[in-house]
Design a protein around this ligand. Structure first.
Ligand SMILES: Nc1nc2c(ncn2[C@@H]2O[C@H](COP(=O)(O)OP(=O)(O)OP(=O)(O)O)[C@@H](O)[C@H]2O)c(=O)[nH]1
Ligand SMILES: Nc1nc2c(ncn2[C@@H]2O[C@H](COP(=O)(O)OP(=O)(O)OP(=O)(O)O)[C@@H](O)[C@H]2O)c(=O)[nH]1
Length: 456
């Protein structure tokens, strides 16, 4: 599993700025917990060849600072602080050089030291400052050498992250490499019915789950069979099968969700039809999409939706999760075991689609007719030319397109092409990626000098 890096620090030191820089365009999961001043965010980063999960703790510093307040809300936030830190492999403690060292920083440092986890101290907003000067006063925190960085300007970030990750074990090469059977992750927000669904998916099969060793973070791969086909259910501790659903309700863990999606090739996104679709559902779906995993939507608790409300509920799904329109939606009752077979059918379909071979000749015929039907726009007086397509990967399917001025190709046009390929190859339940490269067909080998001179 990828290591988990948790960013902490008092308000306004630049935690979200750093988080955004580390995750760049990658989708993040936002946990919309009531009562927290700012949502926590969960995302993925990569430095060199090392991927990691990153958590921006948002309101956490507030919680630490107000711990002595003692009212229920503050207690709750403190629990959330503890939880995020408990799941951390490394902690990134951010301070603000412009405000200097203050009492709250000292208090947080004390708390972090007691955790006994590796802590890296980063001194933010240090753009344009002398390294030694910026760091000087923060040595007093006793957390080792401070790392001056500028989150806003991107200075010192790579070195910082390399240092944070250095002592941590490496994740195995590619945990999500295409395998010969679907690996399913069940994801969804708290109380959506994940555990109930996991039980329903496992059905009558009695799987011996050893609850012991490893850390609590280890995921368990549960083999299961259905109609003669084999699957693996990725069960992180967060969705661990409970013998009775009403047994101690486990807390939703966004980190475990990230890990499960990582290890899976198809995710079942469980929605709660009674509670409706939330921001968090959309961010979970966005994350699965971004990670390129297959996706099947399970609208759960359908048994509890009055007949008169069902059309409305379906329209709400289209409206709020329209960006997942390529995924099959099933209206199910995990509790009553209704609609489970259909989920397996769609998992199969997503898995097959994600791994489909897209022959070059067909890709090019489809590209040519798509371009003829709707030509790409002109830029700077010249039309964008799309010349040659070939498959660049599977799981998810990637179509690489070579042409001229492709950097200016509008997103809407990419989506158009993705849909054209999706329809032509009947790709259901998997994202389809379009990658553009400047230049001619790389396989033709014509006029190589000229191509080289033009560069990329
Ligand atoms: N000069 C400078 N300003 C920065 C830098 N990083 C962040 N800031 C600014 O600091 C302010 C706070 O940044 P945030 O990222 O919102 O801080 P935060 O720690 O997430 O704050 P909370 O949400 O209150 O916990 C913003 O105005 C940022 O633009 C930096 O490297 N240099
Ligand atoms: N009516 C109805 N209730 C359901 C259904 N599936 C689950 N529930 C109920 O929803 C509640 C939450 O179910 P869980 O399976 O614990 O949900 P979860 O997503 O695992 O919850 P967390 O562990 O908190 O993340 C329980 O009271 C279930 O009985 C369903 O299909 N219909």
């Amino acid at each position: 599993m990828k290591p988990v890096v948790v960013i902490v620090g008092r308000p306004n030191v630049g935690k979200s700025t750093l988080f955004n820089r580390l995750t760049r365009s990658r989708a993040a999961i936002v946990a919309d917990e009531p009562g927290v001043t700012r949502d926590r965010q969960y995302g993925d980063g990569v430095i060199g060849d090392r991927p990691y999960h990153v958590v921006d703790t948002g309101g956490i510093a507030q919680a630490l600072s107000e711990r002595k307040g003692g009212d229920a809300l503050r207690e709750l936030m403190t629990a959330q602080v503890r939880e995020a830190l408990a799941e951390a492999d490394a902690i990134l403690f951010l301070v603000d050089v412009r405000e200097g060292l203050n009492a709250l920083d000292r208090e947080i440092a004390g708390d972090l030291r007691r955790l006994g986890k590796p802590v890296t101290l980063a001194v933010n907003k240090a753009e344009g400052m002398d390294r030694a000067n910026a760091a000087a006063e923060f040595h007093a925190l006793g957390l080792g050498d401070p790392w001056p960085v500028s989150s806003a300007h991107g200075e010192g970030i790579s070195d910082l992250m390399a240092h944070v990750l250095a002592p941590l074990p490496r994740a195995p090469e590619d945990e999500a490499a295409p395998a010969d059977m679907p690996r399913i992750a069940v994801v969804g927000r708290p109380n959506a019915g994940k555990s109930t669904l996991v039980n329903a998916l496992l059905g009558e099969q009695r799987v011996i789950v050893s609850d012991q060793p490893g850390t609590t973070r280890d995921s368990i791969h549960l083999p299961l069979e259905r109609r003669g086909r084999a699957y693996v259910l990725i069960d992180t501790a967060g969705v661990r099968r409970r013998s009775r659903v009403d047994e101690a309700v486990e807390k939703f863990s966004a980190i475990k969700t990230l890990q499960a999606v990582d290890e899976a090739n198809v995710a079942i996104l469980v929605l709660d039809a009674v509670a409706g679709i939330s921001e968090q559902d959309a961010s979970l779906g966005g994350y699965v999409l971004e990670r390129g995993r297959g996706i099947v939507i399970a609208v759960n608790k359908w048994d509890a939706v009055p007949a008169g409300d069902r059309d409305w509920a379906k329209r709400e799904l289209e409206r709020k999760l329209g960006f997942l329109a390529f995924a099959r939606a099933h209206y199910i009752s995990a509790l009553k075991g209704q609609g489970i077979g259909g989920l397996f059918t769609s998992v199969d379909q997503a898995f097959v689609s994600a791994n489909r071979e897209l022959p070059t000749s067909r890709l090019n015929r489809i590209l040519a007719s798509a371009v003829a039907a709707t030509p790409p726009p002109m830029v700077r007086g010249r039309r964008i030319r799309l010349k040659f397509a070939h498959q660049g990967g599977r799981n998810p399917p990637v179509v690489v397109i070579h042409g001229n001025q492709v950097a200016s190709l509008p997103d809407a046009y990419r989506r158009y092409l993705a849909n054209v390929f999706r329809e032509a190859f009947d790709l259901v339940g998997t994202p389809v990626r379009i990658e553009c490269r400047e230049g001619e067909n790389p396989y033709e080998g014509r006029r190589p000098e000229r191509r080289r001179r033009r560069g990329r």
